[in-house]
Design a protein around this ligand. Structure first.
Ligand SMILES: Cc1cc2nc3c(=O)[nH]c(=O)nc-3n(C[C@H](O)[C@H](O)[C@H](O)COP(=O)(O)OP(=O)(O)OC[C@H]3O[C@@H](n4cnc5c(N)ncnc54)[C@H](O)[C@@H]3O)c2cc1C
Length: 394
């Protein structure tokens, strides 16, 4: 068993890797850029699939705790037409455990458990093949050497350049996220509109999706096709003056930090949609701009001894409910691989085999999710409903 293992990043991939290794009695240094677990909002809710994320939790010995925390009712899905007509109203059967939802913050705390994370340790560069092992440089100027460095540091990984020269590219689809609190008491009509899980409305090259988190919190995502610099000229890039019947008021740049300006632009983008649907935007608090990036498919690299990648760092893909599941499954599998390797020579062979398996599976999912995203944000909105009917159990 090699001695010095570091995982860079304390997201779903890194924490699952560390937790499963911990269960096997091995220690790992967890290096996370955030200064504390609550340094930034943890993000929305994740559905963990029976055949992926839940397998990882089982390997970590955490499945029963997950089942106690998660929300099976959150699997419910409603699809509305832009005029508010309900097109689909799917509810899970009692006891259905295929894809229950859990808040990211709850999942992080569950995985953290006894783990000792080094917070505030942003990595800037990883240099493989030095005389003493793999050298890790930190933002504060310090450096440390390890035998195995696992890059689980997400989309903009600083570990990735040690094995691959690729960088994520923009999909042509942007997302703006807002949220509402305490919907059951403050916005009961919106609470009814969303139901127990998610609600989506699909239009031409745009959609609005609202998803319930625990405690009456709702995340809303407006997704639309647009160039990356769409906010620099709303009329030219989104045709908003014409759409909202306005006189050249939207041809100036939009300040993405101006909450009311973003709200008005989104209301113009979804102009004509049913009032209860637009209430999701009217009552949203802050707006966060999240252009969707992906890595090329497949993303593989010539194996570099002592360094590997997991999760989004290895295969950033369209957000269609798979990325965290794969990240966790890979974390658990790599941990088992490491725990089973009797010496460093075997470990390197085992990591190489793990990478081959990860590339093949992630490549399949990256293609599926990209095709799915194309249909969800399509010039033909019936494609989105057809996709739902294909994947949803009846
Ligand atoms: C809106 C949205 C909804 C989604 N919904 C789902 C879903 O329902 N189900 C699903 O499976 N997937 C979902 N995904 C995808 C999922 O969020 C990601 O695939 C998943 O978070 C990847 O996990 P990760 O651990 O690889 O990376 P991340 O979650 O990005 O974690 C990386 C960690 O590394 C840290 N870090 C980054 N850089 C450094 C550095 N230089 N040094 C040290 N630490 C660093 C970060 O702070 C972070 O803690 C969704 C994505 C989006 C955008």
């Amino acid at each position: 068993m090699i001695q010095r293992i570091a995982v860079i990043g304390g997201g779903p991939a890194g924490l699952t890797f560390a937790r499963v290794l911990h269960r096997h009695g091995h220690s790992v240094t967890i290096l996370e850029r955030d200064s504390a677990p609550d340094a930034r909002p943890p993000g929305g809710t994740l559905d963990l699939h029976e055949g992926m994320g839940q397998i990882a939790l089982e390997k970590a010995g955490l499945l029963a705790e997950f089942q106690a925390l998660s929300r099976p009712e959150g699997q419910a899905m409603r699809i509305l037409d832009a005029d508010g007509t309900v097109l689909r109203d799917w509810k899970p059967r009692p006891g259905e455990q295929a894809n229950p939802e859990i808040d990211r913050g709850q999942l992080r705390d569950l995985l953290l458990g006894p783990l000792d994370v080094q917070w505030g340790r942003g990595v800037t560069e990883v240099v493989p093949r030095t005389r003493d092992g793999v050298l890790v440089h930190f933002a504060d100027g310090r450096q440390e050497t390890f035998d195995l460095v696992v890059g689980a540091d997400g989309a903009w990984s600083r570990v990735r350049p040690a094995v691959s020269s690729v960088t994520p590219h923009y999909t042509g689809i942007t997302m703006v996220e807002t949220s509402l609190d305490d919907v059951d008491t403050r916005h009961p009509d919106i609470a009814r509109l969303i139901g127990d899980g998610s609600m989506a409305v699909y239009g031409v090259n745009r959609n609005l999706v609202a998803q319930r988190n625990s405690g009456g919190h709702v995340k809303v995502h407006a997704r639309f096709r647009a160039p990356l610099d769409w906010h620099t000229n709303l009329d030219r890039h989104l045709g908003l003056n014409r759409r909202a019947g306005m006189d050249a008021g939207l041809d100036a740049g939009l300040d993405l930090a101006d909450v009311e300006a973003v709200r008005s632009s989104l209301l113009a983008l979804f102009d004509g949609w049913a009032a209860p649907v637009l209430d999701l935007l009217r009552h949203g608090t802050a707006f966060v701009h999240r252009p969707l990036y992906v890595l090329p498919v497949p993303h593989t690299w010539a194996h570099v001894p002592g360094v590997t990648l997991l999760g989004d760092a290895a295969h950033l893909m369209s957000p269609l409910g798979v990325g965290a599941n794969l990240a966790m499954l890979e974390g658990a599998e790599l941990a088992e691989t490491v725990a089973a390797a009797p010496d460093p020579g075997d470990l390197d062979k085992a990591v190489r085999a793990f990478e081959e398996q990860m590339w093949a599976r992630a490549g399949r999912w990256a293609k599926i999710t990209m095709a799915g995203l194309e249909r969800l944000v399509s010039s033909d909105p019936t494609q989105a409903i057809a996709l739902f009917d294909e994947v949803q159990p009846s």
